[in-house]
Design a protein around this ligand. Sequence first.
Ligand SMILES: [Zn+2]
Length: 402
Amino acid sequence: MLYKASLLLTALIDLVGAFFKIQHYPNGGILMQMSVVASLIFMILGLTDVYRNNTFKPSDKLIWTIGFIFLSWMPDSAIFQNTKREIQNKYNPMKTPLLFLFLLSTFVTVGQSRQVCFSFDDLPVVNYGVTDTLFHRQLTDKLVGSLARNHIPAIGFVNEQKMYENGKVSRFQLELLKSWVDNGLDLGNHTYSHPDYNIVSYRDFTADLLKGETLTRKLLQEKGKTLKYFRHPFLHVGPTKAKADSLDAFLKEHHYTVAPVTIDNEDYLFALAYHRAYFQKDTMLMKRIGADFLTYMEAKMKYYEKQSIALFGREIPQIMLLHASLLDSDYVDALVAIYRKNGYGFVNMDRALEDDAFQTPITVYGKWGISWIDKWALSRGKKGEFFREEPLTPEYIHQLSK
Ligand SMILES: [Zn+2]
């Protein structure tokens, strides 16, 4: 992504510089030289990307390296030789490094761009027993519409039990799910009936998991996509190493990739409180919950940025857990705005998981459903103090969601 931006910038400066030179406007030469620096940065970023990509073989990496260096070097040295004299004649030698420094600082700013993947659980709709189809339709339209309009490559995790009515597939629910794929969004498996792997056996859990993949798989296939991701209900991956390992092996055997969560949060508590306020037509309360939800979610974002730095010395791509709830559909625009304001770019699950951080081993097990960042931290021996600043859900939300 970054190297694409730098390539674009290089091309842009090149074009403007060439135009200036052809027209014999002043400063054409310096622009061309700036493009040399820009293309060097492009080369470095591109190569970084190549070396961080786990899917490349060493021989591929070598070819890319030669390609990047050779292709950048040839035009660059030509431009450099061509424009050297003009610059030596016209410019105070101090000015050029300053301009280059300015260009470099632009790149450093862009280089800090953060990444987040938005993921939504419990599709098609978190309905809390509401069967009114209009409610389902409006919620889905708002959520999917927001994601599409904002170009968010989100993924939704489906509980296919919700797709059936009296033992038959509900055409209506199928349409809701279809609107996700029709809008370019991805889907994953979240089991059929949302069982708790802390409680149910491996046998029952895996049977439920397979039962939950049929309609989703078909919908994706119709779009030429494959069902790839699995998200554990309650983020319960298995309370013991043995139970977790057996599920991992099962998932591998069935070609599933686990979709982790790094920004865990209690949006579902806010969502239940909000849902109740909506049906009580208490708009004041809805607004209060919405505002507090945004404050809480921004605090969570910042908290996991800090935890990431404390653990990895840098910000890893984040994967945020959300739900297909009324609250999240009403506030997804605002959430997107918060992330944008904080310099985030939106990536899909594939892209987020390319980061090596996701290969960090997990060696601790428990009944918890927590962020992968928390699990990596616990695995590295971090204790209570490390998690001290985790933002809390306001007490009134706990009360309202009881
Ligand atoms: Zn769920």
